[in-house]
Design a protein around this ligand. Structure first.
Ligand code: FAD
Length: 374
């Protein structure tokens, strides 16, 4: 049999694909990485505007408590620690997120954790077995927080009333009885000092990269040139939606350069009122405290997804999980194609989870190669 040109074809140059490609080259494999977009980095991609690294597909803060994952990404550039401040805007009133003593003070004027506990207790709507997200949120945080800070935002994000959403779409509702305003709990919270794109460029050193190439459009030719494929595109699209499309939510972004130094005073403001059409406004310079006379802000809008537009958030409810399982049953029967990443696994992965999953995939591929060769 003729030898293939590459040992590995990586489909998708997002975080998952770049980690796989980097590790495979390090292990001596000949690797081709492709992406149908015209840039690397997937949704983590950043672009320099006015000297500021703009998170083109939404704000990305790397956070983990796992030192080995932090060190892994740290080898590709300086990760600048940042404790991102997120505010909520509800009808022009600003509140701190996640819900903490500053939020409780602004909502109810209470000054001590004991007062906040007492008010929350009085507001909660007890529910032994919540049937949906609304029941769950009301039982946990009560009516004020639910109606002002959760309901409108969540309904915009998922395009359904909270009373029709499963509790599982919201991973958790953190309540902090301190004035700690950092958004994540993890020990390490950072963004690459010179932007994600530079980090991905370093990751892809030694990898042959072809951009603007859609694997599914040229599947036969591309499959012939490599002996193994790692596919980080959408699993339902790979199988031509044979069990029907999986549901996603899509996004679009409106990026603006403003002739002012500081527009909103923090990196992210969530707009929690359903009447405001966008979800959040991101002011990128605040991630690393970049100095510049001008600023760049991005408005993030959620839109319904249909095949042909970019999928962002998988709708991880029972119906979609069951449909995904049918695709997964096909995927595990493939002998030389490995699926992964947020689209391949149909799962919302944070970046640290994506890195872990990619390292596990590449380790499986390398040990299979060793057993086949040996
Ligand atoms: P992607 O980044 O989507 O990369 C997949 C790539 O595959 C894409 O570039 C796509 O073009 C390409 N592709 C798809 N199909 C094909 C095909 N047929 N042919 C060729 N190429 C193809 N995580 C955090 O830890 N912190 C955050 O703050 C955070 N914020 C986020 C904000 C938003 C708005 C979103 C959507 C996600 C956020 N995440 C965050 C999650 C983070 O984006 C993911 O963990 C990570 O990007 C997943 O990487 P990936 O490679 O699996 O997917």
């Amino acid at each position: 049999m003729p030898r293939a040109d590459y040992d590995l074809l990586v489909v998708g140059c997002g975080l998952f694909g770049c980690v796989v490609a980097h590790e495979a080259v390090k292990a001596g494999l000949r690797v081709l990485a492709i992406d149908r977009r015209n840039h690397i980095g997937g949704n983590c991609y950043t672009e320099r505007m006015e000297g500021i690294d703009v998170h083109v597909y939404g704000p990305h803060i790397f956070h983990t408590s796992d030192e080995s994952i932090r060190n892994y990404l740290g080898q590709f550039g300086n990760l600048k620690s940042c404790s991102v401040q997120v505010m909520a805007n509800y009808q022009d009133e600003l509140y701190h997120l996640p819900f903490n003593m500053s939020t409780f003070r602004d909502l109810w004027g209470c000054g001590t954790p004991a007062e906040a506990h007492a008010i929350l207790e009085a507001q909660r709507v007890p529910c032994v077995s919540p049937r949906n997200l609304e029941d769950y949120a009301l039982s946990l945080v009560g009516r004020d927080i639910y109606e002002r800070l959760i309901k409108g935002y969540t309904e915009k994000r998922w395009g359904k009333p909270c009373s029709e959403l499963p509790q599982s779409v919201m991973r958790r509702i953190p309540l902090r009885f301190t004035f700690d305003g950092s958004f994540f709990y993890d020990a390490y919270q950072a963004v690459p000092e010179d932007g994600y794109t530079a980090m991905f460029e370093r990751m892809l050193e030694g990898v042959e990269v072809c951009l603007g190439v859609d694997y599914l459009q040229e599947r036969e030719r591309l499959s012939r040139i490599a002996s193994c494929v790692v596919y980080s595109g959408a699993i339902d699209e790979y199988y031509d939606y044979c069990f029907g499309p999986l549901e996603y939510r899509s996004l679009h972004f409106d990026h603006n350069v403003l002739d002012e130094e500081n527009h909103q005073g923090c990196a992210v403001v969530n707009y929690t009122d359903a009447a405001i059409p966008f979800m959040r406004c991101v002011e990128h310079k605040h991630f690393v405290g970049r100095k510049s006379d001008r600023t760049v802000v991005s408005y993030e809008f959620v839109q319904p997804w249909c095949p042909g537009i970019e999928p962002y958030y998988p709708m991880e409810d029972d119906e979609n999980r069951a449909r995904y399982d049918r695709y997964r049953d096909l995927a595990v029967k493939e002998s030389n194609v490995f699926f992964g990443g947020r689209l391949g696994d149909y799962r919302y992965y944070d970046m640290h989870e994506t890195v872990e999953a990619a390292l596990a995939t590449v380790s499986t591929i390398l040990s299979l190669r060793r057993s086949r060769q040996g």
